[in-house]
Write a new protein. Structure first.
Length: 745
């Protein structure tokens, strides 16, 4: 009898578990990795039900079974049960994700009598680096970055002992045979510092003394410093206000600085160890996330992190991605020295797959992924089509997706592909993912891309399409957002508020405040916000004062006094406005509101004005009346200009309370009108749910408003949980749309 198992079954201690269960039941046969799956052979007709029942009960923590196939084929030989060499076979899944080191490894790490005492690369079959080190499947040491490190006698003894928890742990190592750190100092011409007994101890002391350091981790490198070095770090990297991630020693340290709910605590301590957005309760973090009401925090997930805090006096440190602005996180040691830092702590294990820290926000039992990467990727989502589709996402916050055999696999976070190094990262990651899945471009059935003519991903998809004669399908940006929400929520049709910055519309204009009636086969734009001019195009996104000027100019109000410009500047802007592109973007309305209220008048990082406005929406109350106005054309158009007119009528913003209440009342009026239009469409089309998606749907006060208004209508509310709300989820929406269009009956 042969048993074929598909799922997360490689690199997670699955074969050793099979071995132990089989030995307990006195079965004869074998287990091996085959392709990306596992094959089990049981001699004669062993008790398969008892075997499978025991195996299911004793699954390792990181393993999961998607499919079991049993074939009545004879197994010849084998007088015992063995783990045998891997073989080639079908590739129906990719490698397991990187996960935090387990509690047993942490105990060993701080056991002075253990040979891995304070060893930063400690791991076992239940934890550690996986995706970041693998080059190919099957998941054997020779296919990982660990092949460069030959196991010593003691590690090999553990690796071959069925009773040891490192039995067949492919990344096992120790101080005698594994990777090592080296410490460098910039002020000594990047020379290697004198060897110490523990270089992490030296690095920790330097950080405590005020140094800025770069340290190599599993999937990339981090910039590390104390909180009081935030301003120096900002100056070094030209990041005047962008929030930094913070790693804390433990939960009690987090609790001093941020509000911590039970749901957030579970996520912070999970095996995935993402960065979690928490509400700040300490002014000590203001320099870390200026003007924001929240902070991104996470806990140690590698042996290195635990050892660092063991030696460090600080209970929390800035630990943010080490990269040039807009480019991918650094993974090569030589490239680290191109970045600005005082010290560099670098190890000699190759990072095969770059993978950023995941960033999550909790909302009513759901996970809103701002960045889905380490710990969560790559994993598969079931889809109802077998086509092999490559979808390439949008322009910024990109991921790509590949479907094969009814599964949809999404890449790690890629980033902003307007920068060439990031596009190159996308191309190399795509090749790696296809290798893991056993695919080549000549086997791809279709390629899904965004409609925007300037997106690098679209140009890349078009090039592949022409080179390999593959069907190219353009998918409208906001439809892809809704389709990703549909897949996430398990519905085939919905009406959704699709709210973001900007996306290319079917009419060639910049959309972003849309109400769409969507299925997987088509969509209808049933409503949107009023279009407003972007003076100077993209320049208006960085300078929302231009948007405010355009709004008050169209309202016929005195822009010189209302809007802090002199007459000469006003004259130039009036001329530029005549040929300015227009947008229905909800994000741009939030930017204008934030600017007008004096909250943020210049964007220094993506989404900054709207993000800083959120703090006021959280505190605000609906104490001011705003009357909405809707025009009926080819769609329902919610007018935004009259709301700004009413806003100006409320006079100067004299207090923080008034600012918060005006912001809340303004946004609530917009959302209420959009929900009204969406609800009418639900009645007309016999639909029972309204969703929210797009970058604005990370804004918790706006999501709460929407949910309450939808439920007041007696309708089901949809938002994200497993698929990112923002543009990282676009490739998933593209893929599922292309898959359904190709299989339309």
């Amino acid at each position: 009898m042969k048993i074929f198992i598909k799922g997360t079954v490689q690199g997670v201690g699955f074969r050793p578990t099979v071995y132990r269960v089989a030995k307990t039941l006195d079965l004869k046969g074998y287990v091996l990795n085959k392709g990306s799956n596992v094959e089990i052979g049981i001699k004669e007709n062993g008790e398969k039900e008892e075997f499978l029942d025991s195996l299911t009960k004793e699954l390792p923590p990181l393993a999961s079974i998607d499919e079991i196939e049993i074939k009545d084929e004879p197994v010849i030989g084998y007088e015992d049960f063995e783990i045998i060499n891997s073989s080639k076979g079908e590739r129906t899944s990719v490698t397991p994700v990187d996960t935090a080191i387990c509690e047993e490894c942490v105990r060993e790490l701080f056991d002075e009598d253990n040979r891995r005492y304070l060893y930063p690369f400690i791991n076992c079959t239940s934890c550690g680096a996986r995706f970041s080190v693998i080059e190919n499947v099957p998941y054997d040491r020779g296919n990982t970055a660990m092949r460069d490190f030959k196991m010593c006698r003691e590690c090999l003894a553990e690796y071959t002992n069925p009773l040891d928890r490192r039995f067949h742990a492919q990344t096992t190592s120790c101080p005698a045979c594994g990777p090592k750190y080296t410490l460098y100092a910039r002020d000594k011409g990047i020379e290697v510092l004198e060897e110490k007994k523990n270089l992490i101890e030296s690095f920790a002391r330097l950080i405590d003394e005020g140094a800025i350091g770069i340290a190599k981790s599993w999937g990339g490198m981090h910039i590390i410093c104390k909180f009081d070095q935030a301003k120096r770090l900002r100056k070094l990297y030209g990041r005047p206000a962008k929030p930094f991630a913070v790693m804390f020693r433990d939960l009690s340290a987090i609790d001093k600085y941020a509000d911590l709910e039970e749901e957030e605590e579970r996520l912070l301590t999970s095996a995935q160890r993402p960065i979690v957005l928490l509400d700040k309760k300490s002014l000590d973090l203001e320099d870390i996330s200026p003007g924001l009401g929240n902070i991104g925090v996470y806990l140690p997930y590698s042996g290195f992190h635990h050892v660092l805090f063991h030696y460090m006096g600080s209970e929390g440190i800035i630990m943010t991605s080490a990269n040039v602005s807009g480019e991918p996180m650094v993974i090569r040691n030589d490239d680290a020295f191109l970045l600005k830092a005082d010290y560099f702590l670098l190890h000699n294990r190759k990072i095969v797959n770059r993978i950023d820290d995941s960033v999550v926000r909790c909302y009513e039992g759901r996970k809103l992924f701002l960045r889905k990467s380490r710990g969560f990727v790559p994993t598969a989502i079931k889809v109802p089509y077998k086509d092999r589709i490559l979808s390439l996402g949008a322009g910024e916050n990109v991921s790509f997706s590949i479907s094969k055999g009814g599964n949809l696999y999404t890449s790690q976070y890629i980033g902003n592909t307007f920068h060439y190094p990031t596009l190159a990262f996308l191309e190399s990651s795509k090749e790696q993912m296809m290798e893991l899945l056993g695919l080549s471009m000549d086997k791809i059935d279709a390629i899904g891309v965004d409609m925007h003519p300037r997106y690098s991903t679209r140009r890349y998809g078009k090039k592949l399409s022409e080179e390999f004669s593959i069907e190219l399908v353009e998918v409208q940006h906001h439809w892809a957002h809704v389709a990703s929400l549909q897949l996430d929520a398990g519905v085939v049709e919905t009406v959704a508020l699709t709210l973001d910055g900007t996306g290319y519309g079917t009419d060639g204009k910049a959309w972003g405040g849309e109400i769409l009636h969507s299925s997987y086969h088509s969509f209808e734009r049933i409503g949107s916000l009023e279009e407003i001019p972007l003076i100077g195009g993209d320049a208006a996104i960085k300078d929302p004062q231009r948007i405010v000027f355009a709004i008050f100019s169209l309202l016929g109000r005195d822009t010189v006094t209302t809007y802090f410009v002199d007459e000469k500047e006003a004259e130039v802007m009036e001329k530029l406005m005549k040929r300015a592109p227009k947008t229905s973007s909800f994000g741009r309305v939030l930017d204008a509101l934030s600017c007008y209220l004096g909250i943020c008048q210049r964007m220094t990082y993506d989404g900054e004005p709207a993000m800083k406005l959120e703090k006021y929406l959280t505190r605000g109350e609906p104490n001011y009346e705003f009357n909405t106005n809707v025009e009926s054309k080819d769609r329902k158009i919610v007018r935004t200009l009259p709301l700004f007119d009413q806003l100006a009528d409320y006079g100067s913003v004299s207090t923080e309370k008034k600012k918060a209440d005006l912001a809340y009342s303004f946004v609530f009026a917009l959302i209420k009108e959009m929900v009204e239009i969406a609800a009418d469409a639900c009645v007309s089309n016999d639909i029972s749910c309204i969703g929210i998606t797009g970058g604005v749907s990370y804004d918790v006060p706006i999501v709460k408003m929407t949910e309450a208004l939808v439920k007041d209508k007696g309708l089901r509310f949809l938002t994200h949980d497993k698929i990112p709300n923002g543009d990282e989820g676009i490739s998933i929406g593209q893929n599922v749309i292309v898959g359904h269009l190709r299989n339309r009956s």
